[in-house]
Design a binder for this molecule. Structure first.
Ligand SMILES: [Zn+2]
Length: 140
């Protein structure tokens, strides 16, 4: 509904899709969609999908820990390198985008950094994953 806050939209969505249990068949029906006959877990999943798709809910941003200088970079490098090409990360007010193969472009700085250099620059600060291309969210 136009003019509603996102929170109101979410409240309405949950209100419209509440489940009613039919003991004789061991299923629940969804009041929002009369053709839906699901088991209890199935209805919870159905509601989760609606919240993600219709209400546009996004999971909290993923945070990657980095070691301070002289620490063991192995885990942080492996985690960052596992992000897909196009992923966008942020730390210390700087934003970097993966250009693949363990390289990152510093947005606004016109140069590339290796993942090891990125971990070195983060120096113990948290790296926040702002975007991944596959999901458009922060779950890589
Ligand atoms: Zn429903």
């Amino acid at each position: 509904m136009p003019g509603q806050t996102p929170r109101q939209q979410l409240t309405n969505l949950i209100d419209e899709h509440w489940a009613y249990r039919i003991q004789s068949v061991g299923k629940v029906g969804c009041y929002g969609c009369t053709s839906q006959w699901l088991d209890y877990d199935g209805h919870a999943e159905h509601l989760t999908e609606l919240i993600e798709d219709q209400a546009g809910w996004r999971p909290p941003a993923r945070v990657i820990k980095t070691p301070e200088n002289e620490g063991d970079y192995t885990d942080a490098i492996a985690t960052l390198d596992a992000l897909p090409r196009g992923a966008v990360i942020q730390f210390r007010c700087h934003v970097y985008q993966s250009i693949g193969s363990g390289w990152w472009e510093a947005i606004g700085r016109h140069r590339a950094f290796s993942t090891e250099q990125v971990v070195d620059l983060a120096d113990g600060d948290d790296v926040t994953v702002l975007h991944t291309p596959e999901n458009g969210d922060t779950h890589a």
